[in-house]
Design a protein around this ligand. Sequence first.
Ligand code: URP
Ligand code: ZN
Ligand code: ZN
Length: 482
Amino acid sequence: MTIIKNGTVVTADLSYRADVRIEDGVITEIGQGLTGGEVLDATGCYVMPGGIDPHTHLEMPFMGTYSADDFESGTRAALSGGTTMVVDFVLPGQGQGLMDAAQMWHNKSGRAHCDYSYHMAVTWWGQKVWDDMEDTVKSGITSFKHFMAYKGALMVNDDEMFHSFRRVGDLGGVALVHAENGDVVAELTAKLLAEGNTGPEGHAYSRPPAVEGEATNRAIMIADMAGVPLYVVHTSCEEAHEAIRRARQAGKRVWGEPLIQHLTLDESEYFHPDWDHAARRVMSPPFRNKSHQDSLWAGLQSGSLSCVATDHCAFTTAQKRFGVGNFAKIPNGTGGLEDRLPMLWTHGVATGRLTPEEFVAVTSTNIAKILNMYPKKGAVLVGADADLVVLDPKAEKVISASAQQSAIDYNVFEGQKVTGLPRFTLTRGHVAVTEGKVTGREGHGKFVAREARPSVNRALAKWKDLTAPRPVVRTGIPATGV
Ligand SMILES: NC(=O)NCCC(=O)O
Ligand SMILES: [Zn+2]
Ligand SMILES: [Zn+2]
């Protein structure tokens, strides 16, 4: 038994002084003056749900290589930064069945230090995919990702997306999109390369905000026609945010996910004179300018954007150098798992942009609700898993690759001074981090199966049914003319 004493419990709803008792990995009591068992001193700290990162790519096969952090190093990095659960993407190969691909991910995730779940990517379309989707949902994977970019590799077309969205809606799942117009990106890329723009800055030029805004709006409209809730990953710009905001105002069930990288790093990174510096920051969508960042922060403040993720997809410098002479060959992706909470606390809560309660909402509770795993995850409640971060708002550090858990040789936030670090991180009751010292247990993490048909889907299905086309019953129909 463990008791977290003398802290302030912070949830998405409220903050209050209380101790928290943990037994067998679960919260069993919350109250004043609790005693007994191992005591963790939370004086001066906030006791919050551990972070849930809804968007990671661990050991992901991509662009001719594999992302460098696997489930072992990736989840160790997560815990070190106060994140206690990741949701990774199963990526079936062309023609591969979904259940077969899911098994490959289960084979990789056995070394995880913290709990994890999966989204299933729909990377091709056919009867086999349609059939497998039901078993996928039954196996606890209820969210399906669609890439509107990466033409010739992962991209699906509108007709495929519409079929898939309808199937996801019928099965009670959530549709996800990477929203960039892949056809336009391919055209712009070819033109830039032909004109001699081969450096990493070409990556940013090839993916302007318009390609993201267009695709986001298209996905929203297709999802509405299909009757499925939609989660837009890595929303990076005002054009995409505007489409999401407008949809939500019109009553559509759409959520947007900015990344901590887009909130805090800008496009000037791509114009750095050092090729490695710029290439290490190549990701899709690319970093934007200050006005887009302001839009993302405003979205978190006003509630039009819902979750902060990392899209952790870390490649080493050597891997990034695959793209010397051709930016289109630089593996897309950046790290951030370890830094998401401290960076968001520093740039969000410590600046007054977010309240501590809003911080909890966007780092864990909202996604736990969207993915139907609340209150097992994302909550400080009796009966919830004891996935907790005891965050010391006064603790500081300077981010440095030399001290990180991640397997790569650099950190895109290198040199940033952050305030607000975990004093303790607990994964289902196990104390995996104590003031920077990581004592995770390899293999401790468990797969979190999720159930379909959260209430949003039921409401959408009911509304779709009520408003479905029906033949008008008429009397006195004229005889057919000859
Ligand atoms: N985002 C990125 O550049 N890499 C990871 C794959 C994806 O999410 O698009
Ligand atoms: Zn993506
Ligand atoms: Zn991603």
